[in-house]
Design a protein around this ligand. Sequence first.
Ligand SMILES: Nc1ncnc2c1ncn2[C@@H]1O[C@H](COP(=O)(O)OP(=O)(O)OP(=O)(O)O)[C@@H](O)[C@H]1O
Ligand SMILES: O=P(O)(O)OC[C@@]1(O)O[C@H](CO)[C@@H](O)[C@@H]1O
Length: 301
Amino acid sequence: MIYTVTLNPSIDYIVRLDSLVPGITNRTTAEEYYYGGKGINVSCVLAELDLESTAFGFVAGFTGDAIEKGIRNDRIITDFIKLESGISRINIKIKAGVETEINCQGPHISEGELERLFSKIDRISDGDTIVIAGNIPNTMPDDVYERILERIKGKDVRIVVDATKKLLLNALKYKPFLIKPNRQELSEMFGVEINTEDDIEKYAKELQKLGAKNVLISLGGDGAMLIDEFGKRHKAGVLKEKVINTVGSGDSMVAGFVAGYEKTKSYPYALKLGSVCGNATAFLDGLATKEKINELLAKFN
Ligand SMILES: Nc1ncnc2c1ncn2[C@@H]1O[C@H](COP(=O)(O)OP(=O)(O)OP(=O)(O)O)[C@@H](O)[C@H]1O
Ligand SMILES: O=P(O)(O)OC[C@@]1(O)O[C@H](CO)[C@@H](O)[C@@H]1O
């Protein structure tokens, strides 16, 4: 079974404007909403790839109810913990020529509620995959990913972590099978500007020295680079189509990579399917669909 963990799910409210002017009332030209949070997005794209997953995490209030209902699907088993107070966050994605995101704090999670999650994590067993992705509310200790991984230590579980800074760095000692920083996140982790492909490879290999097996660096419209567990560099480009909404492209890439590796045990294929899923999301209103993935798979080389 593949388990995804989203500590801080969200409703993504996408607002489109011709331009955004600070200090006045701006009016949208269109708006849409999606149920998100990184782990949830991974579960949704896995479902499009015909893979079942169990979604763990915390939901709260009316937004939490909507998220839980909204992602219900016969390939997603939702097993969220309902928090006593607060509401799951609404993240605002402003598309006004450039993209601006406002990702909110999210509800407080108590130590007792965290313990309930750890008990669920104890169900994960040999041969399973766990995908831990996204940010945590800042009231939560930043060793939480380590505490989750500590619970599965010693089990033969494929670990995937998609997070930033300390949350990711602290998880590396658990030897994750895959991490997927984007270029900016890689730069931030090392406090340097990363421009060239050689720089990307150099810093990806630093993350491998710290414990990561496969490091997939996503580069938005420039594609992605994988440094696999054998130190081999693989590159993938992107297809050219009208970009509609890139929110969740990175998560789609993670889902595609995990599915591609699960099916073939081939890193080039995992990178290809990951890229196709990332592209498919960028070219659609919501996340990658089975139809779009199959269409792009036939064109991608
Ligand atoms: N403009 C684009 N055109 C085509 N493909 C894209 C575009 N942007 C993203 N993608 C695809 O999605 C993958 C992941 O994108 P990106 O690097 O933006 O991830 P991310 O920063 O983690 O995104 P997010 O946090 O929104 O999920 C890219 O490697 C690429 O395959
Ligand atoms: O605040 P976090 O957890 O880092 O990111 C949350 C988020 O931006 O990630 C997804 C896209 O990757 C969206 O569905 C969601 O709004």
